[in-house]
Design a protein around this ligand. Structure first.
Ligand SMILES: *Cc1c(COP(=O)(O)O)cnc(C)c1O
Length: 400
């Protein structure tokens, strides 16, 4: 019965072109990858990772991870509150608190296994029955799931509609109000208007939770992220950054008012009931922070910006010449560049046509994005060369 029930649903998904498939990478993360799919191995040029600075296979970080493993072994052995909390975790948390201190006075940082877990922790631990959560409808799935698990009521506002949010805040009667937003929206690449959101938070005695998965390491001076990019500073900011994207390793952290960090440590189930990420990872992350903030990080951010400008100029030109395609390139100044093509089959066939040319660009379909906005989600990295982007543009011109 169960298997029939599942098979019927799997068939329905297949009929709607919604079946998801994995490809197996045979090489380290990078633009030029070896990939196996359905038994066939090939070399591809990839535009799909979130390794925005090209650090995931950086020799200095590979060496730091190996060195960390040499000093602290590979497993942490237990959760942070039992015996898994190592000296490198402590040091990393101090580093991260220092990174965010200009934006959040007196911030303390807490390191998590993943961004998904950090978001669950934040929303369930802060979103108790005395709170209301206000969330942008395009927030990442982990924030949505956190909101669903929380005792607090969650009100969602249409993407970027701060007028609707303001009405919700005005009508809210709970003593605690938490506005929750992606800083860079993960499927569209656009930036939330964080200054206006913080202003709303201040005027309505609310707190602003910012998920900077795609901004940390990329935006702002020294890659310090979206808060620094906008020059924001407030105790009302609660920051979540992930460390498996631009930082090139794994993990995530929350930086916030010390009382908030302490509360998470005491009660957040996704912090407490999970084995600590190995110390070696924390050690490698410290090396990554140093790279990101230094000259090499600055050079990598500058190359990434060049690739973004190159891709957008090429796509704008293609769209202008072929308006009948109905393709759209939304405003995005970040490494995430969505080319919206509309229906699922079109997105899939375009992705397949690119794949036939040795280009790996994923098609993103509902329910990940709203119905009718299936897209190619092109992500750029500092590791892409000018010729790589040119090859993608040429293949898109040929497939259009
Ligand atoms: C990737 C992502 C997460 C989850 O982070 P992981 O460390 O991959 O679990 C959370 N929020 C946003 C916006 C993301 O893009």
């Amino acid at each position: 019965m169960l298997i029939e029930h599942l098979n019927r649903q799997l068939r329905e998904r297949a009929e709607q072109s919604l079946t998801r498939q994995r490809r197996t990478t045979l090489s380290p993360c990078g633009p030029h990858a070896r990939v196996r799919h359905e038994g066939v191995e090939r070399s591809v040029l990839a535009f799909c990772s979130n390794d925005y600075l090209g650090l995931a296979n950086h020799p200095a970080l590979v060496a730091a991870l190996a060195e960390g493993a040499g000093r602290w072994g590979v497993g942490s052995g237990a959760s942070h509150l039992v015996s898994g909390h190592g000296e490198p975790h402590d040091a990393l948390e101090s580093d991260l608190a220092g990174w965010l201190a200009p934006s959040i006075p007196g911030a303390k940082a807490l390191f998590f296994g993943t961004g998904y877990l950090a978001n669950l922790a934040l929303l369930t631990a802060l979103g108790d029955a005395r709170a209301t959560l206000f969330a942008d409808k395009l927030n990442h799935a982990s924030l949505i799931d956190g909101g669903l698990l929380a005792r607090a009521d969650m009100q969602r506002y249409p993407h970027g509609r701060l007028d609707v949010l303001e009405g919700q805040l005005q009508r809210c009667t709970t003593p605690i109000r938490l506005i929750v937003t992606d800083a860079v929206f993960s499927m569209d690449g656009d930036l939330a208007d964080l200054p206006a959101l913080l202003d709303l938070a201040e005027r309505h005695d609310a707190w602003l939770i910012v998920d900077d998965a795609h901004g940390f390491g990329v935006l702002g001076p020294q890659g310090r992220g979206s808060l620094a990019h906008f020059g924001l500073r407030s105790e009302r900011l609660i920051y979540m950054g992930t460390l498996g994207k631009a930082a090139g390793v794994a993990g995530a952290f929350v930086a916030a008012h010390p009382t908030i960090a302490e509360w998470l440590l005491q009660v957040a189930r996704s912090y407490i009931y999970t084995t600590a990420v190995p110390s070696a990872i924390a050690h490698a992350l410290r090396a990554s922070l140093e790279l990101i903030a230094g000259d090499e990080g600055a050079r990598r951010r500058a190359s990434l910006q060049q690739r973004i400008r190159q891709l957008r100029a090429g796509l704008a030109d293609l769209i202008a010449r072929r308006p009948s395609l109905g393709w759209r390139l939304p405003e995005s100044a970040t490494a995430i560049q969505p080319l919206i093509v509309g229906d699922n089959e079109r997105a899939l066939s375009l992705s397949a046509a690119l794949e036939a040319e040795g280009l790996w660009v994923p098609a993103i379909r509902p329910p990940t994005v709203p119905l009718g906005t299936a897209r190619l989600r092109i992500t750029l990295s500092a590791a892409h060369a000018e010729g790589d982007v040119e090859r993608l543009l040429a293949a898109l011109r040929a497939a259009s």
